[in-house]
Structure formats: C-alpha cells, structure tokens
Design a protein around this ligand. Structure first.
Ligand code: PRX
Length: 649
C-alpha cells in the first residue's frame, strides 16, 4: 500500500462481506473479459417475464453509438420492486418515512406500497396516461413520490422528476422538453420547518403559452394549505386514490424501453434529458446496492438524497426496493431542528447502512463532535458518500466520530449518466484511503488519458474515460441523440468521456480530482456555469457575465460571478441582491451566487474568448500564480479584477 493513511476493514465487517479480495479480483476479471457471461448470470437476480437471449450490443464509436442490454428480454420494474416480494415479505416495511417534523413518521409495508402503486397506476391510466408517455413529477420527499414513480413504471410511463428546489422557469423548460401531458405535485413541500410552494410554482410554470400540452395536474395534499385550483385540470391525489381499484397488472416492458428521464447540466446549452432504460438499469442498481453496501436481509438502508437527483432514483428507491430492503425516506434537511438530526434519525429507526453527501458531513462536522455524539449510532455498519470529492478531514471525522472507527466508508464515484455507482470500495473487501473512491465496480473499465487521448498506464493523472459499456449507462439524450454522441463520445475516440479528471496511485486506486469542463459542483448539486451565465445576461442591466467555482469550506464549491453592467447602470449592493433573486427565479435557489464582483472588463483572448482559468484563480485568491497572461487582449483588466476581488465567504 502507498504512503497515504490506510484504513483496513474491521474483522466484523470482513466476516459479513459477500466477497474477499480474491473473489473480487476473480469476479471483476470475469466481468471485463466475459461481460456477456457475467451479466447474464447477475441479471438473474431480477424476475424476467420473458428471458433475454442477447446480453450486450454496444458501440462507443461515433457516429454509430448505441447501447443495448438484454434487448429481447421483458420485465417490469414495479413488479421487481414490489410484487415479487409479497409472498415472503409482504408485511415487512418497505419504506420508513421520517417527516420534517421529528414527531411525524410512518412505516409502509411492501403490501401497502404495492396496493398504493396499483391504485395510482389506475389513476394515471384513467387520465389517459399510456405506455411511453412522459409524466413530470415536482414533489417533496414523501411516500407519494415513490408511489408515483413506481406507478409510472407499472404502466410503462416514463417519469421525469424535477427537483423541488428548481424554479417555475426551470420546471417549465423540463416539462416542455419532455412534452408531458400530466404533472404530479404537492400543495407544499416542508423542509427545515419552512414550506415550499410547489403547486403555486407549477401554476406559475403552466402560465407559459407553450405549455398548453399539459392537460392534468395531480396534487398530493401534504400540508393541507389552500392552493389555487383550476377546475377540470387539477385533481386531488387523495380523492382519486380513494376511488381507484387496486388491481393493476404490471405492463410487460422490453428491457430497452425507456424508464425515466432526469435532467442534468453540462458545460454548454440547456440541461440534457438523460434517458435510462429498464433491464440494464435495474440489474445494475440492484447488484451495486447489495455489494457496495453489503446489504443483508433485514437491514435498514438510508440514503439521504432527494428523489429529484439520480442518487434518489437509484439508491433511495430502485436499488433498495429491488433487493427487498427497508429504505428510509427523509423529508427534511440535516440541520433541522439542529445539526444532530441525522444521528437522531439513525438512532430512532436503527439505521444499518447510511449513504450521504460530503457537504452534509462538512456542515455537521463544523458544529463539533458533541452533536454527533448526542445520539446512539451503534446500529450503523457501513457508511457511504457520493456526489463530490470528500476531503480527507471530513472522511476521517465521519469515520471516527460517526462510525466510531468501526464502519467503513464507501466513497462512491458516479454520475447521472452512469445510472449507478462506478468506482467504489466494496464493504469489507478493500482497504480504504480517505479521499479515494478506490477501484472500479464490476463491469466498469476506467482509464486515464492525456489531452491527446493517449492512455496513461500505471500511476498517473489524466482525463477519466470508461472504455466499454455497463448495463446502467444512459442510452441517449432525450430527443437529441446527436448531442449524446457529441457530448460523451467525441472527445476521445471510442470511449465514454466522464468530464472528470482523476489520478491513479501505485495501488491502482482512483482519486477523482474534479471536473475538467465548465461544470461546477455546489453542495453536491451539479451546475453548468454557462446556465448561470445565461440566466444573468438575460437580466436587462447586465452586459456580460462569467461564472466560475471557487473552493468553499462547506459546499465544496461556491459560485463566484463576475458581472459587466451596461454602461448606464450603477454598481450597487441593491443591484447585487436583485441579481441573486433573478438567478433564483430563473433557475432556483441552488444556483444563487455566493459572490458577485463587478467587472468593468473581463480577461479575453484577442479572439474574444473569456479566459476562465484566470477568473478561477482570482476567485480562489491564487493570483500570484496566474500563468501566462500574454495572450490577453488587455492584460490590465486582470490587475483591476485582483484589486477589486471580493473576499469569498
Ligand atoms: O464530478 C463528479 C462528481 O459529481 C459528478 C456527477 O454529478 P451528478 O451527475 O449530479 O451525479 C451525482 C451522483 C453521484 C461527477 O462527474 N462526483 C460524484 N461522486 C463523486 C464525485 N467526485 C468525487 N468523488 C465522488 N465520490
């Protein structure tokens, strides 16, 4: 092992593991050399209505990029997550729902969840939703969201979940892209004691004249507040459910039928609709959920992600339920009523496997050890982290204080596009190094290449690519296959480009170094700087905007914005606030700038390209080390920006 601190697994974790080092090596080798055999065998963990005869037909070579897994097999996701468990674990809890208010929680058994899903599937059918239709969800973290997602899969509708923190504008553009005829929402969401006006936001989105394809809005009563009601369009979830039959056979779906769309940001253009399909996705999230976390029958699994992100799809819902697990759905936030909330929930519901994000860990860590030790977290066995790099200090604190130096931490690297975990430790198998996502999961062939595409062997650093397909890979950008090919398969010939950089050490462990494109990661939320810029320049007083990420102690990265105003505008603090509010309106609170600096000029090349490298350095307060500025059209702009740098919070 290399010089960095190494944490071997404790004996009780090793004992519990499904694998040891040798078995991992053997299985991994087989998954790469004989992928068809490996995946044909592991796909048997699911129930297939009609077995597949073909396993893999994939090509990463532009222009004919195609990804097909199990293409002549038929199955249904809700059947695999519900019906097949009824015989043996019908009365077992499928979902523990913990409300924002600590006193509010409930257990929903597999049988109850199955009944609710069948009923809601019939509600959707009664509204004319058919196989292949896109249904948009704009929902809080409540059981009804899981019911709605599973009901879509039951009838073959394609769900498109939009995170409740997005603005009406952002919601509208996603509804439009998916051409949804039906939207599901709640009267209000509840997070940290505050309400979120979800139904009012839907109403605001639907005032757009190009959204007249939306025929129905189903509204779950969550807080019970009075909301605007459009007769003929709006339907009360609870009333519709009371009248629906609970008999709804699961639609027989082809393995390659679309399962869901989820929008994510890239370096350019509007967010892309990442399309995932049925058979490969479910096989992969089911297998990875079990192996990575060492999920065992009876374990309570808690992933703190929101249903609005891929982690909420793969590891709150589909992975755990396909494995018959008890999954915890938490409505609230880590700091309400105070920063001990996560551990109080762990204690109350005896959580065994806990999966969260570095930003939450850093925020809780900043409050000191006492709050973390205020509750009994001895039920925990394995912990996980995802969404952004976890700094070694946060890792060590999480390990020592929360996990009592007993629970290994699975630092899992993956993306919306990858559908499931790609580079990760496996509980009880490999030694851990804080800050490293360690090694590839089964079927994943990562490689590092330089900017010319030459592969780097042994220890080294470069662009992270994946050389061959895995079953949960996205299939296309919804409605724009060319964009899919161009974004992921045109930078390096014949490979999937992740957009991330990574280092590989002498033990073959991967260390993700962060995005190498213009995507930033703020509190685990992925954002394109171009999206925020485009929101800002649409403000009438703004002439030009450049957005970069800078290191932020809690959020990982913060949003630093340079603004050039129209000549007639005065730079005031009131205008800064106006611009912040503007971004919140255009995209949502997640994109709100942390720092705004007035920039009478931006550093540009003679051909007019903004030199973001320089702006990133100034934002990070590393201006002693700006590199070559000789290609700038006007180098004096840089001195002006350094002199007026705004101290970042
Ligand atoms: O930059 C990587 C970072 O998050 C990006 C993917 O974000 P998203 O599509 O929202 O998916 C989140 C689900 C995990 C990646 O391109 N990232 C994700 N996990 C890690 C990470 N960076 C470092 N370490 C990780 N474990």
């Amino acid at each position: 092992m290399s010089a960095s601190t190494v944490y071997p697994s404790k004996a009780e974790i090793i004992q519990h593991s499904f694998l040891d080092e040798q078995k991992y090596q053997d299985l991994y080798r087989q998954s790469i050399t004989e992928p068809e055999k490996f995946w044909a065998e592991h796909a048997q963990r699911l129930d297939w209505f009609k077995p597949f005869s073909k396993v893999k037909d994939t090509s990463f070579h532009a222009p004919d990029v195609h990804i097909r897994w199990f293409e002549d097999g038929y199955l249904n996701v809700s059947h695999n997550c519900l019906d097949r468990h009824l015989e043996h674990r019908g009365d077992q809890t499928a979902i523990i729902w913990q409300g924002d208010d600590p006193s509010e929680h409930k257990h929903i058994s597999y049988r109850e969840l199955h009944t609710a899903v069948c009923r809601f599937a019939n509600v959707l059918k009664a509204q004319g939703v058919a196989k292949g239709d896109v249904v948009t969800l704009y929902m809080p973290m409540i059981p009804e969201t899981a019911v709605a997602m599973l009901a879509c899969t039951r009838i073959g509708a394609v769900h498109s979940v939009v995170f409740g923190g997005f603005s009406p504008e952002a919601l509208a553009s996603r509804i439009l892209n998916g051409r949804s005829k039906l939207v599901i929402t709640a009267d209000e969401g509840l997070r940290g004691g505050k309400t979120i006006p979800l139904k009012a936001n839907v109403d605001a989105a639907l005032t757009r004249s190009d959204l007249d394809m939306v025929e129905k809005v189903i509204v779950v009563k969550r807080t019970g507040v009075d909301v605007g009601w459009r007769e003929g369009r709006d339907i009360c979830y609870q009333e519709a459910m009371a009248q629906a039959s609970d008999d709804c056979p699961a639609e027989v779906m082809n393995a390659e039928d679309p399962l869901f769309i989820l929008y994510t940001s890239g370096s350019t253009g509007a967010p892309k609709g990442v399309l995932h399909t049925t058979g490969g996705y479910l096989t992969y999230v089911s297998l990875s959920h079990q192996y990575v976390f060492n999920y065992r029958e009876g374990d309570v699994f808690w992933c703190t992600a929101d249903f609005g992100w891929i982690t909420g799809h793969s590891y709150v819902l589909y992975g755990p339920l396909s494995n018959g697990a008890t999954t915890l759905v938490y409505e609230g936030v880590p700091n309400y009523p105070d920063l001990s909330r996560f551990w109080r929930i762990v204690e109350q519901h005896k959580v065994n496997l806990f999966y969260t994000a570095p930003t939450a860990i850093r925020a809780i860590m900043a409050a000191g050890d006492e709050l973390a030790q205020a509750a009994d977290s001895s039920s925990l066995r394995v912990m996980g982290s995802c969404g952004e790099p976890i700094n070694p200090e946060a890792w060590e604190w999480f390990y020592r204080v929360v996990g009592d130096s007993r629970c290994p931490i699975m630092d899992t690297w993956w993306q919306t596009e990858t559908g499931g975990i790609m580079i990760t430790p496996i509980a009880g198998v490999n030694d851990l190094k804080p800050g490293s996502a360690t090694r590839p999961f089964f079927g994943v062939q990562p490689a590092l290449v330089d900017n010319e595409g030459n592969e780097i062997s042994g220890a080294g650093e470069g662009n992270l690519i994946i050389k061959d397909s895995w079953p949960a890979q996205m299939r296309t950008v919804y409605g724009d296959h060319d964009r899919f090919v161009k974004t992921y398969f045109s930078t390096f010939t014949g490979a999937y480009f992740t957009g991330d950089g990574a280092r590989r050490d002498e033990d073959g462990y991967y260390w993700i170094t962060g995005r190498v494109d213009d995507v930033i990661n703020v509190s685990g939320h992925r954002m394109g700087t171009a999206e925020v810029e485009s929101a800002l320049v649409s403000h009438p007083k703004v002439a030009e905007a450049a957005v970069v990420g800078y290191p932020h102690a809690i959020k990982g990265q913060g949003i630093y914005v340079y603004i050039t105003l129209n000549v007639s505008e005065a730079p005031t603090d009131a205008l800064k606030e106006e611009l912040r509010q503007w971004v919140r309106k255009e995209i949502g609170p997640v994109a709100s700038p942390d720092v705004i600096q007035w920039a009478p000029g931006l550093p540009k090349t003679r051909s007019g390209k903004i030199m973001r490298r320089i702006l990133r350095k100034i934002a990070a307060d590393e201006h002693d080390n700006l590199g070559d500025v000789s290609t700038l059209a006007d180098p004096s702009v840089v001195d002006e920006l350094i002199a007026n740098r705004v101290g970042a919070p």
